[in-house]
Design a protein around this ligand. Structure first.
Ligand SMILES: C[S@@+](CC[C@H](N)C(=O)[O-])C[C@H]1O[C@@H](n2cnc3c(N)ncnc32)[C@H](O)[C@@H]1O
Length: 378
């Protein structure tokens, strides 16, 4: 049973137990929320990290009508709803489970690379996520952040808890995944794609683009807008992937905060967008939602760049601001996989502070535009 329901004469209490993965459950919940009529609803999401688009929309309406109060147990869902302007109360699991909190240590110990590396090897053995070739300094920073959030100040205790408690590993996994992104991030790069790469790709009957490490979807939607303006969207298929399943769900929903709208519009203009940025969105009170026409040609799915299978025959791959988290040897193996995934004249776009130096990338790619980190398969 996905929900537990209790009534009294004034209120309905709905506890949603886990993730709402099955669309039928989402419809069931919508029906339940719609039936409540005059009663106030108190809905608690005990295990969900993300919610389907239709539930978020319904909650937003109910809240606007002051008909519901929302409580969430997952930090991720809390940030997501807050970001969309939907008010909710966050209850930490540790406060309800009575997990003892450690008192702050007198002095913070610096973690050694060796002990962290051995911890990462254990994480891979137990949970199947391999972070051993990520940049170790960045990993150490993320471990420190999770330890603080979990109020665990001793690394050995933290290590033991993570290896034995999937819930705490899950929080660490989310902290490892830095999802910062923007619409038309680094607009010059988009302008160059628009003026140089798209005219070239337009000679093909069918175009395949892979947006690897796409975060919550702003990057592939920016591409879709640009392709639409070039009259090329209908013949293009964009594959948009990320290791983090929750950002993929956010991307599928296509709902974004209004708070960054000024920056979005200015990026779009600087990328030489031809219309009005906002015309590609439905506008709600507190968030914007990508219009259906942009979503049709994008396939979002969870995929790790460390997995062995290649996706192939792409004309263009964007993998921006992901390599910064990888060490040189992992960058090289991912570059090899991109090489194998591109067609003979294919392009690769990396992030502004990334490139082919130190990772032996020059054996696979030649420079097309170094300033904008655009490369061509050799
Ligand atoms: C900083 S964001 C970059 C988003 C977007 N490409 C941009 O430039 O705006 C980095 C993304 O890479 C993803 N990532 C990290 N490791 C990955 C892996 N092994 N496979 C796929 N994606 C990964 C993270 O989850 C995160 O969403």
């Amino acid at each position: 049973m996905a929900f537990k329901i209790n009534y009294n004469h004034e209120e309905i209490y709905i506890n949603v137990i886990g993730e709402l993965e099955d669309p039928k459950q989402a419809v069931e919940l919508i029906n339940l929320l719609s039936m409540s009529k005059s009663k106030h609803i108190k809905i608690t999401f005990l295990g969900a990290n993300v919610l389907p688009k239709n539930i978020v929309e319904k909650l937003s309406i109910l809240q606007h009508e002051e008909k519901c109060t929302i409580v969430v147990f997952k930090r991720y869902l809390f940030s997501y709803l807050q970001c969309l302007g939907i008010k909710c109360r966050y209850v930490t699991e540790s406060s309800t489970l009575g997990k003892p909190k450690e008192s702050l240590p007198a002095e913070k110990r610096t973690l050694t690379k060796e002990e962290v590396y051995s911890f990462l090897k254990d994480l891979n053995t137990i949970y199947g996520y391999d972070y051993t070739e990520y940049q170790i300094d960045s990993i150490i920073r993320r471990i420190n952040i999770t330890m603080l959030k979990e109020s665990i100040y001793d690394f050995n205790l933290f290590r033991e808890q993570v290896l034995n408690n999937e819930e705490i590993f899950h929080n660490l996994f989310l902290d490892f995944s830095i999802n910062t992104t923007e619409f038309f991030r680094d607009p010059d790069v988009f302008a160059l794609i628009k003026n140089k790469i798209l005219p070239y790709l337009n000679s093909y009957n069918h175009i395949k683009i892979w947006c690897a490490g796409c975060s919550n979807g702003k990057e592939p939607y920016s591409l879709a807008i640009m392709l639409k303006e070039a009259g090329m969207l209908d013949k293009t298929q964009i594959y948009a992937t990320d290791i983090n399943p929750y950002v993929i769900e956010e991307a599928k929903s296509g709902m974004y905060s209004m708070n960054t709208l000024n920056k979005d519009i200015s990026n779009y203009r600087n990328a030489q967008g031809e219309n009005n940025f906002i015309q590609y969105f439905d506008i709600n009170r507190s968030y914007i939602k990508v219009k259906e026409e942009l979503t049709k040609n994008i396939l979002f799915f969870q995929h790790s760049l460390l997995s062995s299978g290649t996706l192939n025959e792409f004309n263009l791959i964007l993998c921006r601001n992901v390599f910064i988290y990888f060490n040189d040897s992992l960058q090289e193996s991912v570059l090899r996989s991109f090489y194998n995934s591109l067609d003979n004249n294919g392009f690769l776009v990396l992030g502004k502070s990334e490139g082919l130096v130190k990772n032996n990338g020059e054996q696979y790619f030649s420079r097309y535009d170094e300033k904008n980190k655009i490369y061509k398969k050799k």
